[in-house]
Ligand binder design. Structure first.
Ligand code: ADP
Length: 565
């Protein structure tokens, strides 16, 4: 579909291939005044955003118009299969060394079965009893939610019928009140070429619901932290020591639990997580063609061990958006609204697009999920928690009207640290009219597997133009001038924007060097300031932030990421 949606025409969202999908997406879209796509039976072609749980067929990218957006990037899901992720990170480890040591050693089955067996024998030989009691975790590559996963000590215990990865099990995870947990972090990548990545400040911790012990490796509720699994566990609803009932916390709760015990090391862990996310994205950036009006929204799963080292477990292409408990509602609903704000998608028909006065708290339409998992619009005066949140929420930012770009310039005042800052959307895609004309055809080229010319980076004027076009979206948002922070979405990469006349950096080696410099500086800050045990509150974050900026000589435009305190 070509052309624009103008004036008061509703913004239309399309959900999967049949209109069913996460309730929260339906609810948030309704709150933004968007209308659900009605053309699943072929009667209507017009839509503005297509939200799909799985990847899009390549053909969909070819017909993408200026005012259409999709929630996947061509090839953006390579890091989301367990075996691909491990291959990519292994490759980066070979090139860049120990900075990529954040995933447990991993073997791909059936291909690397012999290697696994020989590693097990080596451990037994070199480490004796300790080596033979090493624990491994078997994970089928194409499954999720803990399905098909089991732990074992000897390869004889392993039955392998499907393609799987076997990973060294992190035997000493960080525990809270004896319970294992992992972290779910939300990441948005609106552009891979050049890489532009945002990390949401809030997130979730998911707990096992039985206390952790290595003496019983076959009880999944002790060892797997998937909430889909733990909610079926016998102790899920019990009020557990410190954890409470259920199995989820917000990151804010985790920070508060860790800060007393770990002091400055607690701050450092979030900086290490930021680096881990960036390095993982860099692993697939070069293999991703430039694509316009497309974004990826990932769920990164990270486990902390008992020395507070973060380990990447996996990356999810369509992180769960179910809201089954208080923590889900606190985190996911604002996160999704602010994601759309970040992407410059409008807030219409709610009165909110005017940016005048407080948001309308009377949500008249949300959704419910029926037993078969489908969502349908319902009228409600309820959704009480959602309403509570909406009353507290600051005015939406980054809202645009769906108008063709004009010559207005982007106003970005990054780094002032305010949450929910307003800024104007750039419509200065280019003063070069040929650039404007070619933007739709860019999307066409980007998905074309046969067209590999983009692999040349900035080697030619043409490839440079393609990349610059791809990061200028049809709604006027320019990712080469990406804003530092929208709501709780914080830009983690690039660390600084290039000057107006500079080409954004694409070189992976330089990018990894930047991350390495960042990690070194963060370590120094936490070590130098770590003696000040008295500061144990949010004031400490500002002190560390200022110290980090000074050390990196980055100034206020550099955004420091950490969960809220
Ligand atoms: P799935 O896609 O099925 O969720 P994951 O890789 O996320 O698979 O693993 C499921 C759970 O198993 C994780 O949430 C974590 O609790 C645990 N887990 C996975 N890999 C490891 C590991 N190497 N060491 C310790 N725990 C792990």
């Amino acid at each position: 579909m070509e052309g624009t949606s103008e004036g008061d025409e509703p913004f239309i969202y399309r959900l999967n291939d049949n209109g069913t999908g996460p309730n929260l997406v339906v609810k948030v879209c309704a709150e933004r005044g968007w209308r659900m796509y009605q053309g699943y039976n072929g009667s209507e072609e017009k839509w503005n955003i297509w939200w799909r749980s799985s990847a899009f067929p390549a053909a969909c990218y070819k017909t993408l118009g200026d005012w259409q957006f999709m929630n996947h990037i061509p090839k953006g899901g390579s890091i989301c299969r367990k075996d691909n992720l491990s291959r990519l990170l292994r490759c980066m480890r070979r090139i860049y060394g120990t900075i990529y040591d954040f995933t447990p050693p991993c073997y791909h089955l059936p291909l690397e079965y012999a290697k696994l067996v020989s590693e097990c024998s080596r451990l037994r030989r070199d480490e004796g009893v300790a080596g033979s009691s090493v624990v491994w975790i078997f994970k089928p590559v194409a499954q999720s939610q803990g399905r098909g996963i089991f732990l074992f000590r000897s390869v004889c215990e392993m039955s392998c019928g499907t393609a799987a990865v076997v990973q060294r099990y992190i035997e000493r995870p960080l525990l809270i009140a004896g319970y294992k947990f992992d972290l779910r972090l939300y990441v948005c990548v609106p552009s891979y070429r050049p890489l532009t990545a945002y990390l949401y400040a809030e997130g979730l911790a998911r707990f096992g619901t039985d206390k952790y012990t290595l003496s019983d490796i076959h009880n999944p509720y002790r060892h797997l932290t998937n909430s889909s699994l733990n909610k079926t566990g016998p102790r899920f609803a019990e009020c557990k020591d410190r954890i409470g009932n259920g199995c989820k916390w917000t990151l804010k709760q985790v920070r508060r639990a860790l800060i007393g015990r770990w002091g400055a090391a607690e701050w450092l862990v979030w900086q290490r997580i930021r680096a881990l996310v960036t390095l993982t994205l860099l692993a697939q950036a070069a293999g991703t063609p430039p694509a316009r009006n497309c974004f990826e929204f990932y769920g990164f799963d990270v486990l902390l061990d008992d020395s507070l080292k973060p380990w990447l477990l996996e990356v999810n292409l369509s992180p769960a958006l179910g809201t089954n408990c208080e923590a889900d509602i606190i985190v996911k609903q604002p996160m999704l609204h602010e994601l759309f704000d970040l992407l410059g998608l409008p807030m219409k028909h709610t009165g909110l697009s005017q940016l005048q006065g407080p948001p309308n708290t009377q949500v008249t339409s949300c959704s419910s999920e029926d037993e078969s998992g489908t969502s349908k619009p319902v009228r409600t005066g309820g959704a009480r928690r959602g309403l509570r949140w909406r009353r507290r929420r600051t005015l939406p930012v980054h809202c645009v009207n769906l108008q063709a770009p004009t010559n207005e310039k982007l106003t970005d005042t990054p780094g002032d640290g305010t949450v929910g800052r307003q800024f104007k959307i750039s419509s200065d895609i280019s003063t070069d009219s040929t650039d404007l004309q070619s933007t739709s055809s860019m999307a066409t080229q980007s998905a074309d597997n046969a067209d590999e010319t983009w692999r040349g980076g900035y080697a030619t004027v043409a490839t440079r133009r393609k990349i610059m076009n791809a990061c200028s979206w049809g709604n006027g948002v320019r990712w080469d001038r990406a804003v530092g922070r929208v709501g709780q979405w914080v830009r983690i990469y690039p660390h600084l924007l290039p000057n107006e006349d500079q080409v954004p950096m694409e070189d992976a080696r330089e990018s990894v060097a930047h991350v390495s410099k960042f990690i070194r500086a963060a370590r120094e800050v936490s070590r130098d300031s770590g003696g000040d045990a008295a500061i144990r509150d949010s004031a400490r974050d500002s002190v560390f932030e200022a110290a980090l900026r000074r050390k990196l000589q980055y100034g206020a435009h550099f955004e420091v990421w950490h969960p809220p305190f």
